[in-house]
Ligand binder design. Sequence first.
Ligand code: GCB
Length: 598
Amino acid sequence: MLYPRDSESRESKLLDGIWHFRADMSPTRTKGFDEKWWKGSLLESGAVIDMPVPASYNDITEEKALRDFVGWVWYDRNFYVPPAWSKNRRVVLRFDSAHYNSIVWVNGKQLMEHNGGHLPFEADVSSALRFDGPNRVTITVNNTLTPTTLPPGEIKYQKDTSRYPKGYFTQVLQMDFFNYAGIHRHVRLYTTPRKYIDDITILTIVLENKGHVKYTVILGGEGSSGEDSARISALDATGREVAVSSALNGTLVIPNPNLWWPSGMNDTVGYQYTLVVNCSGDVYRQPFGIRTVQVTENTFLINNKPFYCQGVAKHEDSDIRGKGLDYSLITKDFNMLRWLGVNCIRTSHYPYAEEIMSLADQQGVAVIDESPGVGIKHQNNMGPKSLQHHKNVMSEMIRRDKNRPSVIMWSVANEPASNIPAAESYFKSVIEHTRSQDPANRPVTFVSDVVFEKDRVVQFVDVVCMNRYYAWYGDPGHLEVIHLQLQREFEGFRSKLKKPIIVTEYGADTIPGLHREPSFMFSEEYQVGFLQEYHKVFDNARKNYLVGEMVWNFADFMTVQGVTRVVGNKKGLLTRQRQPKHAAFTIRDRYYALAAGQ
Ligand code: GCB
């Protein structure tokens, strides 16, 4: 699914802004369906409040009932469509993401249904539109997670009325972040000609200092025969044409190409070309980078040079907007990534907004692109229905991100129960499916927290990714065990498998401004000492098979309420407001030194 981009043949209109909103708090949570709230404006069926789009709805009001709401919420708004859009065009309505289950109506007509919280969905809505008056879009979104959603979850009813009010239930989740919900990213209308460019796939290789750019264009709509006249060209970053072709599918050759490198490896970071596809009256400009990715026994190669991931894992998370897209926030985040010397991030634990991915492409930040497969902890999350859904999500994610040079590896899951027998065939199948979907054959992994003796799934991946919390969840307070325990785990995996390793998480909760000497858990000194103990082991292993380290986490983030969390997870190098803790300076010094080859 191509990202909507304006061109000579395409226009768009953002529908972001303040929408009408109502949470269905009726006991059954189905009043909206019973009363068919989509038939008219929400204003007609009851009280509404103002709700920003994009944003999570949870932290916008002072209502606990809305912050912690589980069930259907309803949004609507009016919009107008220019009359010129009625002629010879498709008008597509696209939601870049809504969490989790969504149904969409335009002028009372149901046009879309989507299952999954972090990926776009769209439909041609031309036939439902009015061009001479107001239109209404209504969406209902349900954040209930079940054993077969991704992430999975469960609703637990409490029947003992002597201890709980009647009808009492809670949502039980196996994930360590707040289940923010709502319309999280842009909503927009965009047009294409009736016959249009439906998909573009770009693969790059470098041979004898020439970039070979293999491209495939798929057309959609009326009368697309595949024999259409086309002009396909590649522009360099200054807009100069460097190669051209008239074939819909072919290879462009770019001599002396500027390669795409992650920052820290080259002065030119994130160099991108543009493929201009001009076909049967439709024009689409697809950015791409020329770079190769390869994994050997001990190395992760980008453009045939060893790449060491100086990383952090992130979240889409901030005050007030929750998981809602915000340009100030994401720009600040990329500035802080550069300040920290980070050259690689993981989209823990779900696919991030396309605008974030584009910044990674442009700024040369490598990405381990992770699916929402977090919290797969039980056998009942690994049945046929879960498997099919997981495969669909991987397909949607790859379809969205396949052309991005920043994406160097796919992660199908975070910390599943990879020790149970059911995990073996489940993940073999998900990983094989993922490989089959990516035309560029990127490496595939999942992130494991299971010890090497018990893990059953790492055998299927290209790079071993592990999360380890020695001296935090295990042996709390004892920094002196880190060396032995981490080394043991490295050696254990290496004795089973000759594959490179990335430590995808290690970190300690830290309250900013809390100081203790000698260090004590939760103090700034403990976080620094903790990271430094891990670094000693990393420095030894990176001479051999360790190809990356990623701190958990870039910034503090919100979680569900629980006895181990003081208003959220505090393992950030930065506070939730993106101000540095002491450990941020430790990491910055380390990453700059690593980049300088020290
Ligand atoms: C983990 C999870 C991450 C948590 C983190 C923690 O292993 O992957 O989602 O937030 O530990 O801090 O507990």
